[in-house]
Design a protein around this ligand. Sequence first.
Ligand code: HGY
Ligand code: MN
Ligand code: MN
Length: 416
Amino acid sequence: MSDYLTRTNHLLARIDALATISEDATGATVTRRFGTPAFVRGRALVQGWFEAAGLTTRLDGIGNLRGRLASRRPGAKTFVLASHIDTVVNAGKYDGPLGVLMGLNLVESIIQQGIELPFDLELMAFSDEEGVRFHTTYLGSKVVTGAFEPTLLQKTDADGITLAQALAGMGGDAAALATDALPAAEWLGYFELHIEQGPVLWESGVPVALVTAIAGQQRVELTWQGMAGHAGTVPMPMRQDALAAAAEFVLAAEAFALAHGRGLVATVGQLRIPYSASNVIPGQAIHSLDLRSPDAGQLAAAYADLRTQAEAIAARRGLGLDWQLVQYTAPVACDPELNRLLGRAIAASGYEVEGLVSGAGHDAVPASAVAPATMAFIRCYKGISHNPLENVEAADVAAALAVAERFLLELKDKYA
Ligand code: HGY
Ligand code: MN
Ligand code: MN
């Protein structure tokens, strides 16, 4: 068995161990949202592995786990290897943790081989990439890149707990967030390994690919305000049914994205009806809208068009509409020079060099604002993600590990 396959089996065993830690006490599903006790337990397990590898670790104010391997070169800059350890609800095991534990395996190998790097390596396990709890993503990487906006501390979760309160509850430190940033001048680059979360590599049979760009996102919350009423007595033409209006908009968003081909995607993933009952006409409906495109112009046009359509639906049905932009992240291009080196590592490992655009957001987005950043995608089962069926083949992970190790050695030579 190749050394990489042996190493892969070891890190996949760690993935399985981490996956047993969940907010779901039955263990039937994997959920570790930012700041929850399950998240803290999972992070502690990973921190133990960081320390066993010989990394100097710390937990920063936003709850990121950070492990540093210092170079002997005076004044060395820092190259960051990272991904996230928070999850969505009822998640797969690999989205996030695979990148962190592959990064750890690379660092372990560098230490064991006694390889001297001309730069510091900082391995980061970000605390909140998904944004599931506070509906705004990249909280961990925004702190590290100096992009965290203090107003975010007042954001509340579904239980009315503010981010500031959540930090206090998990041992975080809101006062430290500004100083937890890695100064822009110290960054050498950023590299993230992540499952593709899409079907391209699965269909092509290629185990690993470089990422050329990451799609932009618009996350919106819509609140439809109608009139609750008796399901048996209010004639249909007199209703102001908030859920019917929301449903009409959901289908309009789907139709709009379908009409615009692969570039644009639109998703309504969350919807709630306050005070819902089977015999009550919904008076209010609140739902998300997640719009993505690699093209900033297409994203802006879709956002404007769908907002106009929503307002027209509300007017025609006699409802109020509150349209709140929760978060906007622009599309980003990955660094051409890092991709040149990563492409060389892929080719040298015997694989065709494929470049993919990521429809999923990643912590490489905030990182790209302060440093050259790129990613490598690992083939995953049918491209399924954000789903317990998420899976990888050990051979594909081993292939990506070999490529990533070659990439780090390419960087070593470049900065020697
Ligand atoms: O939503 C995303 O794109 C990522 O999984 N956070
Ligand atoms: Mn992810
Ligand atoms: Mn995800």
